[in-house]
Design a protein around this ligand. Sequence first.
Ligand SMILES: Cc1cc2nc3c(=O)[nH]c(=O)nc-3n(C[C@H](O)[C@H](O)[C@H](O)COP(=O)(O)O)c2cc1C
Length: 354
Amino acid sequence: MSTGKRKEEHIRICLEEEIDSNKSLSGFDDVFLPHHALPEITYDDVDLTTKFFGKKLKAPILIEAMTGGTKIAEKINKNLAWAAEQAGIAMSLGSQRAALEDPSLESTYQVRDVAPDIFLIGNIGLAQVDKEELTRVIHMIDADAVAIHLNILQELVQPEGDRQSLRVTKDIIEKIKFVIKEMSKPVIIKETGCGVSKEVAIRLESFGVSAIDISGLGGTSWPLVESFRSDTSTGKTFAGWGIPTVVSLVECCESVSLPVIASGGVRSGIDMAKSLALGASLCGAALPFLKPATESKEKVLEKIDQFINELKIAMVLVNAKTIDDLRHKPVLVTGKTREILELRGFDIKKYARR
Ligand SMILES: Cc1cc2nc3c(=O)[nH]c(=O)nc-3n(C[C@H](O)[C@H](O)[C@H](O)COP(=O)(O)O)c2cc1C
């Protein structure tokens, strides 16, 4: 099956089937931000502006990588990009592999005509990493950064998955390090629903990557998506596999000094407030934007506005005027998330003592 056809099928399944993980897997329900009944700020005082690699964003939100390479993808990307431009947030395009294979598809990724000023991120899989390809990915869309995605679980459960070249050998690491050093734009490494552990984050930092997008467990489940494409039950078996988003977020923020993007099951402005309070630089969501993007650009903007409104309300309720204020507010991590983090050696109480 061609890359374009497969991508089309993924979109159809994500729109029609229940492929969003059980929300409780993400760990957000285990996180509490103590309510402040006497805030000293009003809703209009809240300032969500932030900087990401030197570019000012009106809110710390990223529309995560989804698509490209087909007619429907072109419409989705334009709607997402137009809304991101209006809202002043960042956006990532889906894997550009299809356009590397067939340059006539490049236009399905190009959105600068409707989004000249957004922080735009290109996307490619680890297997395609080479200096020339990565440079093409950036130039194709006039990107501000490029994300390299890791999707080992998806490759292992999808029928046509690449099982041969998954091993990260010494040679591959040397190549990744070389390519990252040669790139003139930031290189982000992202997962696709299984999260990034402390050990992997430290390794990625040593490769010279510029940021980590955790994409943890608790949101879109690729094993579930693949289970709707094939007859085997293997995808369903692995639906709960991965590092919960909140666990991965703390593991990464605590062990590297890179910007960390919280994603994977981020489904509200409250999830965003919790992520930012735990140290995220940006909050990313993919699935919540998919359906609106198939409808209209205005629907995407409505969804972004909903997130922004919820985030602002949550910030008033913890008396945080700015994102930096939010990062200094107490956060209580409870339940299974706390247990996992303590077993992994993190002093989770320090967030409560702020
Ligand atoms: C329809 C769809 C297509 C996706 N395609 C890509 C992709 O091409 N490259 C990538 O890095 N991630 C891709 N992802 C993963 C997302 O970028 C994100 O990491 C993941 O879905 C978790 O976010 P969510 O729970 O908010 O959906 C895709 C997600 C969806 C829903």
